[in-house]
Each structure stands twice: as C-alpha cells, then as structure tokens.
Design a protein around this ligand. Structure first.
Ligand code: NCD
Length: 304
C-alpha cells in the first residue's frame, strides 16, 4: 500500500478487499482491536466543517487505543496567521504518527503528504475527492448487497461539486458489470474529466439523465447527494437548484424491493425523513460502517 491515501485509485481493488475483510473482522471481534494503536497519535486537521468524517476518525482511533489531536476549524490554528499547509503538516508531524486532513482547496492533502514522512489521509479536498467516504460506501454496498460487481448504481443530485460521487465512480468503475445512471440537473452534471478519463476510457456503461423517477426502477443502489452550497459562486443558482430532487415514499413505489439507499450525509432536503424507516434506507448504517473501515485503514497505513 502507498504511504498516503489521497485519491481512491491509490488503493488497488485487492487492497480494498483486504480493508473490507479487516472491517468485517473488527465488527465481529472489536475487543481484539482495542490496543492495536496504543501510544499512536492521529492529527486531524480540518479546514472545513465536518461531523461524520472527523468524529468517525476520532472514534476509530480511540477504539484502537490511540489518541487524537488537531483542530476542527482553521480559525483556531496558526492557519489564521497565514501558515502554509506544508508548514502546518510538518509541525503536526512532530506530534503525531498519522495525519487526516480536510481542506477546501483541491490538492491540499497531497501537498501535505509531499512534505511529511508520516501517512496523510485525504478527508475531502474541495470538490475533488473523498476517498475514505468511498471506502465507507464500498463497505456499505458490500454489507447491504453482498457484492461490489454486477450492480446498477444511480447517483443523484450535485454530481458536479459532490466529491464523494467522483471518488465513488472512480472506485466502482474497477468492478465487473457495473453500470451508472447519473441523475442531475444539466448544470450539475459530472465533470468532463470523470466522463472522459474514467467512464469512457474504461468502457463503463452509463447514462446521464435528469429524471429520478425514470432511473429509480433500474437501480440496485441509489446514492443521493446534497447540493454543495459552499461551492456555488452565487446564492441564486444554489436556491434554484437545491431542491431539484427530493426522495419521498411515493417515489419508491417503483423501486426494487432490495434497492439500497445511500447518502454520505449531511442531508438537507433530498431524502424525506419518512424514508428513514424503510429497510432500504442504509445511510445511518453507512455512517457506522465509516468507523470500522477507517479503523482498518489506519491499521493498514500504520503497518499494524
Ligand atoms: C460529504 C463531504 O464532506 O463531501 N460529507 C461527508 O464527509 N460524509 C458530503 C457532503 O458534504 O455533502
């Protein structure tokens, strides 16, 4: 495995398989992992808001017997004095064994990784990538569906700025017989580099449509996303597009009985709370899975 996890393609499918196997073992035998990271310290550098990602990394490290230091907003660190990402990373390297970084600028975790010897994990960089959310999604799909191949995956919402979708498409494109239905308003379609460098290049079957109703009948996995308010240049566009898709119980009538509904969360309006009771709603199980797969990842990157 590479030193860092910056892009989901940094891990091979064999390594993903290994991480998933470890995560299953952690679920089965948590007590065997309680001391594995004893005396290890994780530095969490969050320059952007986060609930699940930061807390699941913290919980993961604590459940492995390690400890965590860091900041959850750049304003409380020397970043507000103008310190560079490289210098902050080099400083945190003096106090920790592994760094987890979220940053609004694409490529910032990569810069950090270039400047330190310890592993760096990208916890989301701008509208670019979010590889540990994708590991969470893959582990969830494996648990819910029993497989990662032979699936029709419908991604719905903000496919332009939604970094989790970009990493998910890259990861799932390596499995056999995976088809994508990409549902978004015209202005929020997937970026051209995902279309040409991943989907077309690898001959992946996909369609781009704007109707959720049309797609829902065919999906094995429905991956809903939030419109990424913070990446819009003007409020007007956001307000116009934010409620493009709202999943309500009536929309599920024609969906497969065993379809899984995923969402990286936070949800705003895209999934009605009435759906939460539906057995197909997997998004809170997905949150929990995020902790187990992150435990597996930390062990792997620390060579433990
Ligand atoms: C996602 C993110 O930060 O990209 N959240 C998460 O990490 N679970 C999705 C989002 O913010 O919409």
């Amino acid at each position: 495995m590479k030193k860092d996890l910056i892009d989901i393609l940094d891990v091979s499918t064999a390594e993903i398989e290994e991480l998933i196997t470890t995560a299953f073992d952690i679920v089965e035998h948590p007590e065997q992992y309680h001391e594995r990271c004893k005396n290890k310290i994780m530095g969490t550098l969050f320059y952007e808001p986060s609930t699940r990602t930061r807390l699941s990394f913290t919980s993961a490290m604590q459940s492995l017997g390690g400890s965590v230091l860091g900041f959850s907003e750049a304003s409380s660190s020397s970043v507000s004095k103008g310190e560079s990402v490289a210098d902050t990373a080099r400083t945190v390297e003096c106090f920790s064994d592994i760094i987890v970084m979220r940053h609004p600028k694409e490529g910032a975790p990569f810069v950090a990784a270039q400047n330190v010897e310890i592993p760096v994990i990208n916890a989301g960089d701008g509208g670019h990538n979010h590889p540990t959310q994708t590991l969470t999604d893959l582990f969830t799909i494996k648990r819910e569906k029993g497989r990662l191949d032979n699936l029709t995956i419908a991604c719905c919402g903000d496919l332009k700025f939604g970094r989790t979708v970009h990493s998910l498409i890259a990861a799932m494109s390596r499995y056999q017989k995976v088809k994508f239905i990409l549902i978004s308003p015209d202005e929020l379609k997937i970026p051209e580099h995902i279309r040409s460098e991943i989907l077309l290049k690898n001959n992946i079957e996909f369609e781009e449509i704007s109707s959720l109703d049309e797609a829902i009948t065919k999906a094995d996995v429905l991956y809903m996303t939030r419109v990424q308010k913070e990446r819009f240049f003007n409020e007007e566009d956001y307000v116009r597009l934010k409620d493009s898709y709202i999943l309500t119980p009536d929309k599920l009538i024609n969906a497969k009985a065993d379809m899984s509904i995923l969402h990286p969360l936070p949800r705003v309006n895209e999934i009605s709370v009435q759906i939460d009771k539906d057995p197909r709603a997997a998004y809170f199980r997905q949150v929990k899975n995020g902790k187990f797969i992150r435990m597996a990842l930390v062990l792997k990157l620390l060579g433990l």
